[in-house]
Design a binder for this molecule. Structure first.
Ligand SMILES: [Zn+2]
Length: 230
């Protein structure tokens, strides 16, 4: 108990935890933004309970990510609850352990050179990823909101949102994610079956925008009956 208290004290002291270093500063800034984004997503009902996880790249060489610690209520996320992890998902700063899904964040960062990865468990993504699993994905086409996805200029764009079979084996799932990213260049996200959405961006604001756009479009599809007609 005493040990935990000492560690927590250190975590709040920027100098003691190396937060004054360039990496430390980037980590601290990312943790503040990630906590805000997480609380906003919780308020929208996209990461209820302890679901979902969020990360941002703070260094490429060596690879370092700020990422949510596992098992936290996303409605009360605080910057000091974030961890810094290396390219093998080892914690190098902070207390706690990353979610098992940290390996998927690493696969996405490597696969598409993302600067931030956001993962949500909304009602809409849970329904659609089940109803459309047999088709292997969902085609989003004709919607003005598609223009919120990076590089998309027209509502005529056809966005393919692949659906991957869910698994608790994160090594296998990570390989499946890497394969999907190689085989479907240009996608902005994917779904895990009856689980949720993964999306990303070059930075946190772009990744946040992609969550908002994709969650909006999935809600539109479910509300307009797409899950029944699949
Ligand atoms: Zn999840």
């Amino acid at each position: 108990m005493k040990k935990t208290k000492t560690r927590n004290k250190r975590a709040h002291n920027p100098q003691a935890t190396g937060l004054m270093s360039p990496n430390g500063t980037r980590f601290a800034e990312a943790a503040v933004c990630l906590a805000e984004i997480g609380k906003g997503f919780h308020a929208r009902g996209w990461v209820l309970g302890t679901s979902g996880n969020f990360s941002a790249v703070i260094s490429r060489e060596p690879l370092r990510l700020a990422i949510t610690s596992t098992g936290l209520d996303k409605g009360t996320l605080a910057p000091e609850q974030f961890l810094e992890m290396d390219e093998a998902a080892n914690v190098v700063r902070g207390d706690g352990r990353p979610s098992a899904e940290a390996l998927l964040h690493l696969a996405i960062v490597r696969g598409v050179d993302a600067g931030a990865v956001l993962h949500t468990h909304s009602v809409w993504s849970t329904i659609l990823s089940g109803s459309h699993a047999a088709q292997g994905g969902i085609a989003l086409e004709g919607y003005e909101m598609l223009k919120g996805l990076e590089g998309v200029r027209t509502h005529k764009h056809r966005e393919w949102l692949p659906i991957l079979e869910n698994s608790q084996d994160m090594i296998e799932l990570g390989e499946h994610v890497s394969k999907t990213l190689r085989e479907s260049p240009g996608i902005h996200g994917f779904l895990l079956r009856e689980h949720g959405l993964y999306t990303w961006g070059t930075g946190l604001q772009e990744a946040k925008r992609h969550v908002e756009i994709l969650e909006f479009l999935m809600e539109v599809l479910v509300r307009s009956g797409a899950a029944q007609s699949a």
